[in-house]
Design a protein around this ligand. Sequence first.
Ligand code: ADQ
Length: 803
Amino acid sequence: MKDWTQLLRSLELRTYLTSRRKLLMLDYDGTLAAFTADRSKAYPYPGVRKILNGLCQSPDWRVVIVSGRPTADVAALLGLEQNPEIFGCHGGERLTPAGQVVRVKLEPALEKALADARFWAEAQGLGESLETKHGCLALHLRGMPPPRAAEVAAEASRVFSRIAHAAGAEVVPFDGGVEMRAGSFSKGRVVERLLAEETAAHGSGFTAAYLGDDLTDEDAFRALGNAGLSLLVSRKRKASLARYQLRPPGDLLEFLHSSLVSSAPPQGMGSPLRSAQTGGVEDDGPLQLRGRLIVVSNRLPVTLAREGDGWIVKAGAGGLITALAPVLRDRGGLWVGSSGQIRECVQAGEGDPTASFDRFSREAGYDLLPIEITEAEHRNYYEGFSNEIIWPLFHDFQSRCNFQPDYWTSYLDVNRKFARTVAEHSRPDDYVWVHDYHLMHVAQFLKEQEADRRSGFFLHIPFPAPDIFLKLPWRKEVLLALLEFSLVGFQTLADRRNFVRCLQVLFPSTEIWGRGSVVTAGIEGKSVRIGCFPISIDYSAFARLAGKRQTVEAAESIRAAFPQRKIVLGVDRLDYSKGIPQRLQAFRRALIRYPELRGRVSFIQVLVPSREGVGEYQELKNEIEQLVTQINGEFTEPGWVPIHHLYRNLARPELVANYLAADIAMVTSLRDGMNLVAKEYCASNVPETGALILSEFAGAAAQFQRLGAFLVNPYDIDEVADALNAACQLPLASRKMRMHKLRENVRRNNVSVWVDSFLGAAFSRHLEDFAPQETVQFHEKEPLTPTGLGMTRESERGRPTSS
Ligand code: ADQ
């Protein structure tokens, strides 16, 4: 059974809370109120009344209490301003919000059986412990010495059962006694009835949850099944049909409070941002973001295009902008970044596009603030320090580093320039979220300029182990600069651990507190939160596009160009970290080791031009082209060319059509922060027939390892060749099972969850809410020996379908 922190992060909770119509079914004793020796004093936990009062007034909610007690008892104990609907006596009576009581008619035989049972119990001297209810008789044993209670319970069960049998009544133990009741009364039936009523009124447009604590609630959990959230309210772990456990009263109150503010997601799911607007509870709730969100990145996430004589700014297609735009819009935020194009346009005499940024800002509902970067800065800060030092070093390519001191000074100057701009355009209550390795010193320079802002930093690329990081001539300065942020976020737990180890090596007095994915480090009087937040994509945007008729047709025409062949796809930005030559070598190796693949597999490698000004990238491009030519020269047969190489930027629909057409995606980076292509491929694979070969050294591997991706060491070309062969041979059912799990993972952890969890960690008082993340388990890799099932027949291959 999963706990509250897992429920908090679950899609189930999100789905439940975001539905228009919600049915909330609650047991009373043990669930909303603690058991007491005197049953007439079992009042709700403090805080419950206030929340239920709020929920009962909301038209979105139908709150129903389902109790074994008579309805009048429950109503009196609850003491709400307006009564919810109450089913008492296990469904034998119903109290409507208008105050009307409706009772189920009892059979004479049942009434006689109840009277006989009462007679027997009174004769045993148990009259004081009896509770007579409509259609039920309960014998309460709470407060009796345990051995005596067990003895009485056993005897009463035996006698009650004998009496009940002929009358069609039931005898059921409950937490604290034993009860005889009409056979047709059960909480499960109440749940079935409520679900039927809601379905009749709202079709599938409602969600449901049931909260209960004891044996009588198990019927309700069973009746609810997968139709809603089943929540066991209990301090102890116990066997139950419920899927989640809430510990009372803390978890219970948080759940109810999340329900009350459900127009905003609950704590840990971004509520710090949104509950401020919906009036969330302040005292023990999360810290609030009161000001605006200021996002800072090297480049603005927009593209500039010609429109007539002028320019038009369009939002980029990346997941980051999609996820952040609503938050920025809600809070009237600001995005600060360079736009090299402004300078280029002015220089080329094509006019000044600055005004088009203002126009974009007005329409988007948040501001774009372009920063001017000079050519020298571009060379030294961007191409130099960022891409000739930090990029290779952090990707473990230390021998590619060019540790030029000039690069360092330029890097600091540009970071200071960014900080100055942020300071000028922000206020003390704004939150500054800085992205990536180009801007690690922004918080430090904000402080230098006495601009006191809460700030967080997210590193999109890996963080290296100490033996590599220590090579950086400015290692202490970089670490100290990062410690000026109040939250530093990484893609994976392994990156976060590397960072902590580097701190411990360079600052031995470093102390780390906490567990889970966000911890706190104390260093030289400073404290900083350090967490891991695996980035993701806008899952539904990819899935939706992949389901469109035009995309499906485009995918079909790609497939038609490769008849009767498996399509293997690689999609990368041109970069040495992506391991493209090694992948081509592995493909060649597969054709040698598994000659039966020849003529049956076609490899499409899509490369997006990148950092074309940097010499190394030009060399890499040449190396890839030579390899493609060489392998094609070696294996091409009439009607079959092994490798198709595309060197261009693809528009999103074309990219998704390629994802949809591919049987296998190869993501074999030598090192990668996360790798979004892996996630995009899965999201786009709507028929769930594809297979993913994934590098162990991509951040995505930690999440995908146990879900059926083929994990490979990209340097081991034999292993990659084996994986390719195994993926080709994988039967349809296994492919479907694996891809389904992968897609579910991406769907649940989409980019909004990432934004929410980062900002949640920046503002939450409860860092323990952030559940631990997985790391790659190198010893758990599945063997890649051929399954012996042979190549899947073409007829088995799931065809893309339109939605
Ligand atoms: P990148 O190194 O750019 O990102 P990646 O995560 O794979 O790597 O993202 C590449 C993006 O480019 C994807 O969204 C993909 O769709 C797009 N793309 C690739 N080829 C394309 C083509 N030919 N045409 C159009 N689009 C193409 C850095 C880090 C990663 C980290 C991300 C996000 O290096 O490790 O995952 O940031 O944090």
